[in-house]
Write a protein that binds this ligand. Structure first.
Ligand SMILES: CC(C)(COP(=O)(O)OP(=O)(O)OC[C@H]1O[C@@H](n2cnc3c(N)ncnc32)[C@H](O)[C@@H]1O)[C@@H](O)C(=O)NCCC(=O)NCCS
Ligand SMILES: Nc1ncnc2c1ncn2[C@@H]1O[C@H](COP(=O)(O)OP(=O)(O)OP(=O)(O)O)[C@@H](O)[C@H]1O
Length: 208
């Protein structure tokens, strides 16, 4: 990637700790572009994707306020790969455009794209300078998501089955954050990575 700021693609399976890691970079002044946040905005009441989503899936997928009924859509797409492809076909191009637009706005030393599906989607790898994977054992992902969302174990398993396996994601990593331990183990790892990324960002500015 040339002509843009140094960009890190942050990824990891559901519940691996991407948001916790992104927060620590944000505290250090790094710009974060979060695709889950963008996707939620697109499917909020009057969100830009809602007309296309309802045309494809039916008005029954909107709640009373006109937002996406997320629980209903979650139950559908993680049980029906064709429906998942249809939803992604609507949302992913809109998410991609919004990410690239938002990345131009920040003023931090570099930018992190928080993209759960970076490894799966194929389109992002060439748009980031480094891939940072947040890793933890799958049993911990399961435990943390159930504790956070109260989702049934089978539904979390279905979401994990729709994502790249841990080893495939790790094979795509330039850098890895180990989140298999306590939250307190994160800051020293983020501090080390941040120091290195600042040097990379500086180098990129000089070479541009
Ligand atoms: C299916 C939806 C409605 C479920 O909403 P819900 O509020 O339960 O989940 P939320 O959006 O907070 O996502 C939570 C996590 O689910 C996983 N996930 C979401 N979408 C997908 C997907 N298409 N494939 C695999 N995993 C996914 C990610 O790990 C994500 O971090 C929602 O995730 C959605 O609109 N997904 C399609 C858009 C998409 O692919 N988003 C991923 C970021 S690009
Ligand atoms: N090291 C840890 N120890 C205990 N709990 C943790 C740890 N890291 C994260 N968590 C908790 O696990 C849950 C998932 O973490 P987080 O939301 O950061 O993951 P995520 O990868 O962003 O998830 P998603 O893919 O669903 O957006 C949160 O409730 C978070 O507080």
């Amino acid at each position: 990637m040339t002509g843009t700021r140094f960009t890190v693609g942050l990824t990891g399976g559901i519940g691996s700790g991407k948001s916790a890691v992104a927060r620590l970079f944000a505290e250090r002044g790094v710009d974060i572009v979060d695709t889950d946040r963008i996707a939620r905005g697109l499917t909020a009441p009057h969100g830009a994707a809602m007309p296309a989503v309802l045309a494809a899936f039916g008005d029954g997928f909107a709640d009373a306020a006109g937002a996406l009924d997320r629980a209903k859509m979650r139950a559908l797409v993680f049980a029906d790969p064709a429906a998942k492809r249809r939803l992604e076909g609507i949302l992913h191009p809109m998410i991609r455009d919004a990410v690239l637009a938002e990345s131009l706005l920040g003023t931090g030393p570099y930018v992190i794209f928080d993209i759960p599906l970076l490894v799966e989607s194929g389109t992002w790898k060439s748009r980031v300078d480094r891939v940072l994977v947040v890793d933890c054992p799958e049993a911990l992902q399961l435990e943390r998501v159930i504790a956070r969302n109260g989702l049934p174990e089978a539904q979390v398993q279905a979401i994990m089955a729709a994502q790249a396996p841990r080893q495939v994601r790790l094979a795509a990593a330039d850098d890895i954050v180990d989140n298999g331990g306590a939250i307190a183990a994160l800051p020293p790892q983020i501090e080390r990575l941040h120091s290195r990324y600042l040097i990379c960002a500086e180098g990129k500015v000089r070479n541009d």
